[in-house]
Structure formats: C-alpha cells, structure tokens
Design a protein around this ligand. Sequence first.
Ligand code: TRP
Length: 491
Amino acid sequence: MVFILAATGSAVGLGNIWRFPYITGMNGGGAFVLIYLLCVFAIGLPIMVAELLIGRASKQSPALAFKKLGGKNGDYWQYIGWFGIIAAFLLSSYYSVIGGWTLYYIYQSFNWHMSDLTKDHALNAFSTFTADPATQIFWTLIFILIGVIIVLKGVKGGLEAFNKIFIPALLLMIVLLVINALTCKGAWDGLMFLFYPDFSKISGETVLAAMGQAFFSLSLGMGAILTYGSYLHDKESLMNTSFVIVLLDTLVAVLVGIAIFPVLFAFGMSPESGPGLTFITMPVAFSNFGTVLGPILITVFFMILAFAALTSSISILEPVVAHFVDKEILSRKVATIMLGFLIFILSIPSALSNGGHDIFSSKNFLGRSFMDFADFIVSDNLLPLGGFGIALFVFFVLSREVRRYEVPKYYGIWKPLLLIAAFAVAFVYLHKAASDIPWLIVAVILVMIIIDLAVISSKQESDKPLEPHELQEIKEARKLEHENSNQDNST
Ligand code: TRP
C-alpha cells in the first residue's frame, strides 16, 4: 500500500494537471484522448510491469540493473540506463520551471482577491509573470533547491508518507472542481471537446504526442519506476500494482480534463493556449466558489499541485543520484548538489521560453519554443525509446526463469502485450515517418531490431511455467544474494 502510494506520488504530477490539459487542447481533444488511453493501457501498462520487474529482480539503480541482468551483453544494455540519465537531466530542467510556477502561484495566492479570479486578470497575470526573466529564474531555483534539500536530507520517505493525505486531498479537490465545471453553462461543449473523437484531427504528430503523454504521465522510460521496483517486496504482484498505479494516474488526468474544459468553453477561452492553460483556467474556475471560499480553495489547489510536482520531480532526480552513488563515482551529497546545479543551469533557457527572452520564446527550435522543444525531445522521443529498449530487454534478454518468477500470474497476457508495446512504439514512429524522413530511419531501425531479436528468441525454448524446484532455486539464490549484500553493507 505504501509502495503504491509512493509510486502513484511519482506518477501523479504536473503531467496530469499541467501537461495533459494543454497537450489535449493543442491536439484537438476527443480523438487525442482516445489514443492517449489506448497508449496508456496497451503500451504503458506492460512497460510499467517490465520496469518494476527489472528493478525488483536486480535491486540496483538503472544502469547497473541492466548490466547485472543483461548477462554477457550487460555492458551494452546498460546504455539504456545512461539514456535514462540524459532524459532525466533534460526533463528536470523544464519540469522545475513549471514547478516554480506552482510555487509562485502559492505565493501570489496570499493576495488572491475575488477580483483576481477573472479571465482577463488570469491571462494578464500569467503572461506578465512568465515574461519576467528574473522572476522565472528565481522561482525555478527555489523549486530546485527544495528538491535538492529533500534528496540531501534523505527525507524522501517522510515525504512519501505524506502521500496518504495528499492523494485523497488531490482527488477530493479535483472532484470539487469537476462538479463545479459540470454546472457551468458551457459544460456540454467542453465535454464534447474532451470526449467526442473527431478523427480528422489525427495525424502522425498527434499519435506521437499521445504516446509521449502516456510515457510522461506514467513516469516511464527512464528508470524512475524501475528504481521504485527495487524497493518492492517479492510477494506483491507486479501486474496488480502496475494496474492500480496506471488506473489512478489516468483517472486523475481525465478528471482534470473534465474540470478544465467546460470552464474553458463557458468563458470563451481557447483550448489551444499552450503551457499556460491550467494556470489561466484555474482562477476562473475558482471564481464560482464565491468571495470567501474561492480565494482559499485556489490557494489549497496550488499547494496540492506544488506538492505533486515536488514528489514527481524527486522521483526524476533519485535514479540519477543513485546512479553516481552506486557506481561510486560521487558521494550522495556531492552528486545531489552537482546535479541540482547542472539542472539549474540547464533550466534557464526553459525559464525564458514563455516570453522571458525572444530567442528562447520564439519558435526557433524545430518550430517550437526552447521549453517545448526540450519537452518534445524528452516526452515524445527519449521516454518512448527508453521504454522500447526496456520492453525488448525484458522480452528477449532476461531469462525465462526470472520473468516467470516475477510475473507468475497473467504471464500469458503480459508477455505478448510487451512485444506489442514495443511494436506499437515503432509503429508510431513509422506512422509519423510517413510525413517525415528522419523518423522513417528511426522507425525502420526499431522494426529491424525487433525482428532480429524475435528470430533469436524463437530459437530459444518455450515459456512453460516454472517447476517447483526451479522456483525454489531462484528463491534461495535471491536470499543468498540478499544476505551477501547485507554483509557488504555492514563491513
Ligand atoms: N509522471 C510525472 C508527472 O506526471 C513526471 C515524472 C516523474 C516523470 N518521474 C518521471 C516522467 C520519470 C517521466 C519519467 O508529472
């Protein structure tokens, strides 16, 4: 239970409340949401099981986990772990900027007045805020510092215990906002936008964005969930655990959508307003709660959001810190401080991407602002490619015994799903490639890798269940290993 809450705390974050609504808005609504849900269950779920599995079977940080489980080719497979580290750096950099926004909104909220809770004020306040370079950099820095202090002090566990209160509080707040939204005059238009699929709005770009959103929101593809897996007890079912996390995370995202889009349409705002969407819509949504409750509730909302952002951002930092510590390259303290510093430097261009500086704000980077570009590289490319690698690793490289031991039930469903997930990732790139040559190359390489590996593995034995003596052997080997590592730690 504590585990599920901790992993859900990592998954539920800005991805659900900031990213999901604005990406949905930009991609035309209903059809995008449908494809997103498909990606969550067809790609996200099996890959989440795979990530947890690698973590639990290896009890290591990402790169070492691949090395350890990868057998004679472990040295190559560990690059998936390295890949994740690069993704984590880049992800943290702009995640911290948005995290900074949530902190600023709390700070501002002590002055929220009813008159601030209007469309025009919200729009102005947001664009003035994001256009001010010093303020942007300042709040990003504060957000990074809080994260660094939490990782340094090792109070992550304490923070996670707080998830017991936080996750129900978040759900309660969202339900309140959903009720509010459904009573808005334009509610129906908003719901239609969110759920009525208009397939003419689907392109390769949209499908890629839906897949990226699924990876981002579920914290998959870079070893964060893998790290959680290394704490998970052998008795817990990976499939059930993953299912609960995926369901909760997706529920939060969809509910947030229901809370936002009706308000948006009721007040005649554009769903395509970009990364500011949640920050602009929320003050308007809260205006319905009256002069006293409105300003109080919006403060509570941004506090919850900041907490959600913080738990997620720590789950991005942890595997990277663990990597340098486990490889004995750096001490925990030095690794955390250096990481914090590097992320801060890297976050500056993103902090200036929403009006702060022309170079970064104009669409100079593949037709995107710098922040959108960084997000595109991470969410739509690095995470799915990482997930692709993870799926192939678990499917083809891990021994049958380990897989069988880790997923005793639902094995027959999960294993084919995993390969389908890998194919689906490749297919999305292929689809995108129809209009874009560089992606064609990526997609063709991916498909070739899968076919190659499929040929190799078809020569191996079939997947019958483990015999009791095999089960016993694995159990004992694990126990022995556990005792050895305890001895190592105590000497
Ligand atoms: N899932 C988190 C969110 O929705 C963000 C996040 C945390 C993440 N850890 C991650 C995304 C690891 C990708 C990989 O806000």
